[in-house]
Design a protein around this ligand. Sequence first.
Ligand code: SAH
Length: 365
Amino acid sequence: MTPLELKIADLVRAGGGAMSIGHYMEHCLADPEHGYYMTRDPLGVAGDFTTAPEISQMFGEVVGLWAADTWAKLDAPSPFALVELGPGRGTLMADMLRAGRVMPAFTAAARIHLVETSPVLRELQARTLAGAAPGACWHGELASVPPGPVIVIANEFLDALPVFQFERVAGCWRERMVMLDDHGSLAIGHGDLLPYPDRERWPDVPDGAISEWAPAREKIARELAERITRHNGAALIIDYGHVEGGFGDTLQAVRAHGPVGILDHPGESDLTSHVDFAALARAAAAAGARCHGPIEMGTFLLALGIAERARRLEAGKDRAVRKDVDAALRRLTDPAAMGSLFQVLALASLDGPVPEPFARMRSPR
Ligand code: SAH
């Protein structure tokens, strides 16, 4: 048993024998002592998973150009907060700021704010950004970023926020819970009947259907929408997930680049679930923002010129470098790789500009 498993087992006992999946996920990722993100750098070949900014500098450069262009369309507020949620190693922000130098007024006006709970990753971010963003500020939550105009970027952040699961059992909805089996090991079970099912969220569907709900993600969407409408700004959310909500268990655990059971190594494997972009967009729109997209990440990156950037990086380089750049481009944009699984949603205000490349695409919600 991992130390966190012992702690969770105690909490399950103290809680009457069951713990919500959402609370389990929160303990696994964010327990101050043993939480997955609190104790390690999970990214890269030596870690458990690799994210888009860690695949290639081109990703952050394109996102940086998006931020600079959006800032200009917002009438160039100065100063403004350039906020990143869950910045990992700080690679995305460093690449964004380097690319953003094409518009010197943009980087001069930017005040860098990083929302990060992990002490290990904060330190890595500080090292990565020491030259590029000397005055950067760290926050434990979005709410403590000072009010004012903002451009917010979140890549693979929302999938790490807790999700609750509900399952249709014998014609009724019950919450899926973490319990203890006869040997005292963690096991999945079902909680009490949901007392007052909301017919829209909990319709009549066949037994075995699983519905997921991530209130912490919807809260972020609402907070972003409120800031943007009150103070001017825009947000870009990039994550893997689905465009329309539906039924299914998308909770997954990853360790050393391979799948493991969600109960197998609490605190030592990454736990994520697919982001329900329809639910995010509903929450943001209800809080007054206009949602653009979501569109597939491959479409977003190609529309913003990532292929041209790849050609520039390859120019005059040897075969090995050209091969690497090509492979990264394919991995980020190919529908069979990350291109279709990842979605991009932009938030702006109702009377604000339409960010690129959405102005050239389908109409906003
Ligand atoms: N955006 C980065 C890292 C993604 S991993 C990249 O693309 O490489 C998820 C990041 O979110 C990590 O930095 C993790 O520590 C942070 N994180 C997870 N839960 C968080 C929370 N509740 N509040 C703030 N940061 C969180």
